[in-house]
Design a protein around this ligand. Structure first.
Ligand SMILES: *Cc1c(COP(=O)(O)O)cnc(C)c1O
Length: 228
């Protein structure tokens, strides 16, 4: 079941990429395993996936231990409270949700202690929703400047969770805005190349608009019992 779902998604990724002249290998699939048990993650690993996304610290830590012997790359895609940094900073390969100076400060401190560098994406609230984390687009320039002193955090791009639209075409202008932001800032910061955007219902559009990382949960693992 999971294997078939993954095959379907990989073929859709290929189609969307080819439709706009992109190399399908330039799109990384992150399987969002939040709320699902370690056994299903192992099933997805056996089907060939290596990158998994989690958004609850406790849920993540349980799976991290159970999957220790597999070569899994963990992506943290949920909001991180500063008091939870200590549990995750040395276990993840990419943080998608850097959204405050306070969080960067705390992360950098812990990373300095162990002399590690963490790759991170800045979360942008591109739909300007009051209930969502992330900085506004007009804050990106200042935020990037503020990040310069945190030598143990390597900012590699931007991430967004846009509003949910019933008609998915309506999300396209927001994805396009994200791409323009990346284009603007990557001209003077060559480390910025990743755009993490697109979920189960809109990843085709995200790819057409330049996503380099898509985060897929439901379409791989099925419906989640609890909503988040
Ligand atoms: C849950 C989640 C996803 C996956 O959403 P699906 O609709 O299940 O594909 C992607 N990104 C983030 C940040 C999430 O929290």
């Amino acid at each position: 079941m999971i294997k078939e779902n993954i095959e379907k998604i990989l073929s859709k990724i290929k189609n969307s990429a080819q439709k706009c002249g992109r190399d399908p290998d330039s799109v990384k699939l992150v399987a969002v395993s939040k709320t699902f048990p370690a056994e299903l993650v192992i099933e997805a690993v056996n089907a060939g996936l290596k990158d998994f996304g989690e958004n609850y610290v406790q849920d993540f830590l349980t799976k991290y231990d159970k999957l220790e012997k597999y070569q899994v790359k963990w992506h943290f895609i949920g909001h991180v409270q500063t008091n939870k940094v200590k549990y995750i900073y040395d276990k993840i390969s990419l943080l998608h949700t850097l959204d405050s100076v306070k969080l960067a400060e705390k992360l950098n401190k812990k990373l300095t202690e162990v002399n590690r560098i963490l790759n991170a994406l800045i979360q942008i609230n591109i739909g300007r929703e009051p209930n969502k984390y992330g900085i506004f687009e007009e804050e990106v320039e200042t935020f990037l400047e503020q990040m310069e002193k945190y030598k143990h955090i390597n900012i590699t791009g931007f991430m967004t969770i846009p509003p949910f639209f019933e008609k998915k075409e309506e999300v396209r202008p927001l994805f396009a805005k994200m791409r323009m932001l990346l284009e603007k800032f990557s001209t003077y910061n060559e480390n910025l190349k990743e755009l993490s955007m697109g979920m189960s219902h809109d990843f085709d559009i995200a790819i057409e608009e330049g996503a380099t990382i898509i985060r897929i949960g439901t379409a791989i693992f099925g419906e989640r019992k609890r909503r988040n």
